[in-house]
Design a protein around this ligand. Structure first.
Ligand SMILES: Cc1cc2nc3c(=O)[nH]c(=O)nc-3n(C[C@H](O)[C@H](O)[C@H](O)COP(=O)(O)OP(=O)(O)OC[C@H]3O[C@@H](n4cnc5c(N)ncnc54)[C@H](O)[C@@H]3O)c2cc1C
Length: 439
């Protein structure tokens, strides 16, 4: 759900009139259909098109028009800690007490959410937490390698910003509480430096003195703008033969020849193989294929200010308040937070406004005017690990969703893993922790 209407120049580029006819125009089955033109579907299309496969992406709104368009732009390769860690659970009562705070649950949605919350709680148990941490750490190594490769192959490396990130603490107690998390990251070789005083001020001038310490993570990266990157990767996939069809898929079914997709207009498409990468809506399609996957959505809000709103040197992370500030090529993006409110409720942009007010307190010189508000749906699983694997009922169907806070970061790795699953090749990481059947 975007707060703004999209202009026609943001629609996917029309295919050239000289292009070869599509499988549908030739009356044949699609080779591979991908449902979802977010960053996960785009990267899967790019990897499969590179492998010489004929791919068609179906999306109801366009290429990179929904959650993948307005996120905080981080390649958060060091963000390996599952959300259900002790610190988060300890903070829950405090956060929930403030309806515009870092985490909110609309009371009417609580009964529906409860089974997911119970799974989330259980995912914080030490053995499960360690297993998810190890899976995420392995995935992040692949994520970095695959993004760097894809950026180079697609000619988009100029969109990468390598200024690191800076996370802040308001008290010694808050800093000390963060140390076990940093120790866990250290175990996986993630570099960081705790800073204070002048070193902190040098890394971000103009910061409120309420922040007494920080942690600088040099390997953290951001991109110029996630929407522009998604569209550029799509242009690369399209140049390798990937196609796009604007359509909402209402039904999916499998048979011995592959999958049948029924579109909202009542027509259908056949595909030999199907990839479900429909973000926060994926579980609705998976259920039709016999898989019950506990996907929820962590709705997030932000405001994108004009670029000159403040001189922000790198991504700034206010963990205690659940939001970040990212300098983009296209503006200054302020936001984050989590609202466990499902996929149907209208957005509550008071949340974006509350985050902006906080940002003004934290960076007193920030000019808050001229912003554009937005909300997106993080597709989230209770253990913070995405689903990447085959459907139980149909070997011709592969799932790729549930990347939560890290879909941009893990998109190229997911594209690589989807390629290996579709081609029947051995994936570079053990896919057991990502199994759709693990719940
Ligand atoms: C505020 C916020 C900040 C974030 N910051 C970051 C960050 O800094 N770094 C990071 O790595 N991640 C970040 N994320 C998370 C990231 O944006 C998501 O994980 C990612 O965009 C998910 O990508 P996706 O392709 O799975 O889903 P989406 O981008 O939602 O794409 C799914 C697509 O499927 C389509 N679709 C769904 N159902 C159907 C259907 N039946 N028929 C046809 N089309 C359908 C939708 O139209 C949509 O376009 C953030 C998220 C939010 C909300």
């Amino acid at each position: 759900m975007q707060g703004n209407s999209k202009s026609s120049d943001e629609a996917p580029r029309p295919s050239s009139p000289l292009r070869a006819p599509s499988p549908r125009e030739r009356g044949e089955a699609e080779d591979i259909a991908i449902i979802g033109g977010g960053i996960i579907g785009i990267c899967a299309a790019a990897f499969l098109a590179e492998a010489g496969r004929n791919v068609t992406v179906f999306d109801r709104t366009g290429i990179c028009e929904e959650t993948s368009s307005g996120n905080a732009a981080a390649f958060a390769f060091s963000d390996v800690l599952p959300l259900a860690h002790k610190g988060m659970i300890k903070n829950l009562p405090k956060w929930l007490a403030d309806p515009l705070g870092p985490l909110s649950i609309p009371p009417a949605y609580l009964p529906k959410l409860l089974p997911w919350l119970i799974r989330f709680w259980r995912a914080g148990a030490p053995a499960k937490y360690e297993a998810s941490l190890a899976a995420q750490a392995g995935m992040m190594k692949l994520a970095e390698a695959e993004w760097m490769g894809l950026l180079d192959r697609s000619g988009t490396r100029r969109m990468l910003r390598e200024a690191g990130s800076l996370e802040f603490y308001e008290s010694e107690a808050e800093f000390r509480a963060s140390l076990p998390g940093w120790a866990a990251r250290e175990r996986f070789g993630i570099g960081f430096r705790h800073v204070e005083g002048e070193s902190l001020a040098d890394l971000q001038p103009g910061l409120s003195p309420r922040f007494i310490k920080g942690t600088f993570v040099p390997g953290w990266k951001t991109v110029a703008d996630p929407k522009l990157l998604g569209k550029a990767i799509w242009a690369y996939a399209e140049a390798r033969g990937a196609r796009f069809e604007m359509a909402r898929i209402d039904r999916v079914a499998t048979d011995q020849d592959g999958a049948t997709l029924t579109l909202a207009d009542g027509t259908s498409r056949q595909a030999r193989q199907l990839v479900v990468a429909a973000g926060a809506w994926s579980h609705l399609l998976a259920r039709q294929l016999g898989d019950r996957i506990p996907l929820e959505t962590e709705r997030g809000y932000n405001t994108t200010l004009p670029r000159n709103a403040f001189d922000v040197r790198r991504q700034l992370i206010f963990s205690g308040h659940g939001f970040v500030i990212t300098p983009l090529e296209t503006g200054l993006r302020v936001g984050g937070a989590v609202e466990l409110g499902g996929i149907e409720r209208p957005p509550n942009f008071n949340r974006s406004k509350a985050l902006l007010r906080k940002a003004q307190q934290f960076l007193p010189g920030l000019n808050p005017s001229g912003g554009r508000e937005w909300m997106g749906f993080r597709p989230s699983l209770p253990d913070s690990v995405p689903v990447i694997g085959k459907a139980a009922g149909g070997r011709s169907v592969v799932y790729a969703f549930g990347h939560g806070h890290l879909g941009l970061t893990q998109a190229a790795a997911t594209g690589r893993l989807i390629r290996e699953l579709v081609l029947g090749q051995t994936p570079p990481v053990d896919l057991a922790p990502f199994s759709p059947q693990r719940f």
